[in-house]
Design a protein around this ligand. Sequence first.
Ligand code: THU
Length: 269
Amino acid sequence: MSLVQLVASFRKITDFYRDRSYVPYSGREGASVVLLADGQYVPGVRIENASFSLTMSSVQNALTTAAMIPSSVIVAIYSDQEIDNAEADYIGRFPGMNLKRFSPELFSNAEPSRLPDPKKVCNPTSHLPPTLLPDSGIALARDASHDAVVHESDFPVGCLLQSDSNVGIPGVNIEHPDWSRILCAERNAIGTAITFGAGDIKNVYISAPKDPDASPCGACRQVLVELAQRATVWMDRGKNSAMGEPCDQLLPYYFSGHTIQKPNPLPKR
Ligand code: THU
């Protein structure tokens, strides 16, 4: 496949997903797509936050979703906008990959002519029973933690979100030599949920098997309260049953950002 043909295929995919971006502060949508060695692809959209530094780029969202898929081999990433130097460094040092820049928007580990045609979306979501019990949700989050990428801390975390329509969205922590680019399990799951259009979240299950007292970090509380506000957050308590708290009670007096949202977001395409 030529570079031009490959970019055209990627462009079609990013065009499809772009308007799922959550960009109430800038209105600037963005989408990226990761290609796996078997021809499956993993999309990711841009997700902003009232606390600006917690914004997830589409590149980070796509890569962190792809990295948690068991035995996935990432061979390329394409972004619908030019990949800047900071993002290029993030991609270049991402664990277990060896991607080089081919064009302003494309990183790949081989000549485009040797890459597979992106043919099928790889969707990590599943259907959950509406009657899922808290401890069963925690068991699934604990299972998910086995897919964490934790070279830096050796501290795996697993998360499972349950949407109102009972879609299950997994997340794990994905680490990076640049610690400021490490993504927690909860935010990875939220990014995946938005990209795949999962809708409102009713339950968040979190497990850090190495720490029976673990609770979501401040950054995740801020992101969860903005994007899963009505959810109950269930925390693994080891041998005891799960502890549940309403999401907004985990971060009293949180910064909502409602006054900085753009009054007229861009019209949907
Ligand atoms: N971590 C999470 O995944 N979620 C949290 O809420 C707390 C921390 C991860 C991030 C990092 O990979 C490791 O745990 C140690 O901070």
